[in-house]
Design a protein around this ligand. Structure first.
Ligand SMILES: *Cc1c(COP(=O)(O)O)cnc(C)c1O
Length: 393
């Protein structure tokens, strides 16, 4: 027996362990310290009432002989697939029923999709990066190259025609930087991918936070994307499903590759996955109803208000920041040339605020810091007040 030695090359998930360690050290030395946590990328507002009602109703159905359901349909129940199809129509995107695959979230699909690709492919990711893209490819032993996301390019690296890549990850709106590609910028990536014969794996987990009319909600709003983009979306951030688990992946039938990726994905999913629970698919369906949309929009608006509080707080402090406008993340430049961890320690000890050091997401994150808008208005205001006091005596 031989183990997969590639696992030895996966970096320890040092970032959140180190944050927890430093926080524990501080709170044990300062018991009762009033800490405001603005680091973790998890939602805090509860599920919408329409979603909870749909779950209750579905649970009742599962408890009655006449309405009980067993194994779910291949790629998801028709009621949910049609609801997702209708949602994409709002962006002018026409999807075929069999291009939509319901799953238990984007993270699983982003990892599992790699089953379809040879390990002899070059993977291009942006730096800073959502670590899942890197770790899943390291586990498979693929070669990874990086595109620099820097202040100079607004944290939106554009394709370099001299660089050869086969699989390209784009996360827009971006975690951790909050930057989002416009239609024109995404078109350049689509053209590049087509010229290279590459596939773009596009993570649109934060599409519901887009406010800028130039920023697309779906890659398929762009001409040619149906030839080269697989899109991953999730209800985690859109509708507070981080603990409920439901997402969807779009694998166009028109993808240009030396095989039918749509048919391969169906085969992969029906072989290794048995679908999302009926109760959860009913909950997800409720997100797409008029009532559900109104309710989840209220929650998103609440987070967006927090982003505004963060942005004006940072402006008052004279701190340069990115993101916030189309995303729940604010990516700030540590003041006074401080390093990410140096700023983390200062902010924790002098202001009692916890954020995420940017260098945990890649070398280009050095000297940057991520704050999230998933807190309450009161705590977000308080955090910005404490930051101001920390910097201004
Ligand atoms: C939160 C998040 C997701 C969602 O993952 P789920 O497995 O659906 O909860 C996907 N991509 C990014 C970049 C995220 O931050």
């Amino acid at each position: 027996m031989k183990i997969n030695r590639n696992y030895e090359n996966v970096k320890k998930s040092y970032l959140f362990i180190e944050i927890a360690h430093r926080l524990r050290e501080y709170t044990s030395a300062n018991p009762g310290a009033d800490i405001i946590k603005m680091g973790i990328g998890d939602v805090t507002l509860p599920l919408a009432p329409a979603v909870v009602e749909a779950m209750r109703k579905a649970a009742d159905e599962m408890g009655k002989k006449e309405t009980f359901r067993g194994y779910v349909d291949d790629n998801g129940y028709d009621f949910l697939i049609n609801a997702i199809k209708g949602y994409y129509k709002k962006f002018g995107v026409d999807l075929d029923y069999w291009e939509i695959f319901v799953s238990d979230g984007a993270k699983s699909d982003l990892g599992n999709i790699l089953d379809l690709f040879d390990s002899d492919n070059t993977v291009l990711v942006t730096d800073p990066v959502y670590p899942v893209y890197v770790d899943t490819n390291v586990m498979a032993g693929r070669r990874i190259i990086y595109a620099d996301a820097t202040e100079e390019n607004g944290f939106l690296p554009m394709p370099d025609p001299s660089v050869k890549a086969d699989i390209i990850y784009l996360c827009t709106p971006n975690n951790p930087t909050g930057a989002a590609y416009t239609r024109a910028q995404l078109k350049e990536w689509v053209d590049y991918a087509k010229a290279q014969g590459a596939i773009i794996l596009l993570d649109s987990a934060y599409e519901a936070f887009v406010t800028d009319p130039d920023v697309p909600h779906s890659a398929y709003e762009i001409d040619g994307a149906r030839d080269c983009v697989i899109e991953f979306c999730s209800l985690s951030k859109t509708a507070g499903f981080t603990g409920t688990r439901c997402g969807y992946t779009i694998v166009p039938k028109t993808l240009k590759a030396d095989g039918d990726l749509n048919a391969m994905w169906l085969r992969r999913q029906t072989t290794k996955f048995n679908g999302v629970a009926y109760v959860i698919q009913r909950a997800a369906e409720a997100v797409f109803t008029d009532e559900g949309q109104r309710q989840i929009r209220e929650n998103i608006a609440y987070y967006q208000q927090n982003a505004k509080i963060l942005m004006s707080g940072l402006e008052r402090c004279g701190i340069k920041y990115f993101g916030g406008k189309n995303s729940p993340y604010i990516w700030l430049k540590c003041p006074g040339g401080m390093g990410s961890w140096e700023f983390f320690d200062k902010l924790l000890k002098e202001a009692g605020v916890v954020g995420t050091p940017g260098e945990g997401f890649g070398v280009n994150g050095k000297g940057y810091f991520r704050l999230t808008s998933f807190s309450t208005h009161e705590k977000t205001e308080e955090a910005m007040e404490r930051l101001y006091k920390m910097l201004n005596g």
